[in-house]
Design a binder for this molecule. Structure first.
Ligand code: DAT
Ligand code: MG
Length: 170
């Protein structure tokens, strides 16, 4: 009790602190320019390679109403109208990735908001140049991830990973 461990290894109860830690989720969206430039596979590859689990994914052409809610905290910014126009200019790939530290590590993988400040090796550092075409969105906190996931996805669009009786062998 309490340690989250048993003689057989980690306790697999969904309420175990160890499990809860590994279930952190972040909302990642490949923006219209990322989609148009053919970067979907590259971006998904990075999150998969890192070890995060893909919990939900869909391609969607977002309406302005959805985007205004998504970026509500930026509505006073001078660039808000052009941000909404850009984000609604074509389909985006909306995803939920899960794993320990998914929000913070996801942001590190993205790089800085302005690609000019993003290090090589990050997604924005490797694939874009200007802040208003920075190809990818990632939640900035666990709390905003929860809001964004519920804005973009219905509960039944999120996959529940249950222990699998048969491991896949290749
Ligand atoms: P982030 O996407 O890194 O979380 P943010 O939430 O501050 O950054 O801004 C949302 C998006 O708005 C950002 O990805 C690109 C755009 N943006 C931010 N600052 C901008 C600026 N100074 N000029 C134009 N677009 C900007
Ligand atoms: Mg943000």
């Amino acid at each position: 009790m309490g340690s989250g461990l048993s003689a057989a290894g980690p306790v697999s109860s969904p309420f175990s602190p160890i499990m809860a830690d590994q279930k952190e989720r972040t909302f990642i969206a490949i923006k219209p320019d990322g989609v148009q430039r053919g970067l979907i596979g590259e971006i998904i590859k990075r999150f998969e390679q890192k070890g995060f689990k893909l919990v939900a994914m869909k391609m969607v052409h977002p309406c302005q109403d959805l985007l205004q809610q998504h970026y509500a905290d930026l509505k006073e910014k001078p660039f808000f109208p052009s941000l909404i126009e850009y984000m609604s200019s074509g389909p985006v790939v909306a995803m939920v990735w899960e794993g320990k530290g998914a929000v913070k590590t996801g942001r590190v993988m993205l790089g800085e908001t302005d690609p000019a400040n993003s290090k090589p090796g990050t997604i924005r550092g490797d694939f874009c140049i200007v802040v208003d075409r920075n190809i990818i969105h990632g939640s900035d906190s666990v709390e905003s991830a929860k809001k964004e996931i519920s804005l973009w996805f219905k509960d039944d669009e999120l996959v529940l990973y249950t222990p699998c009786a048969h491991a896949w062998l290749y």
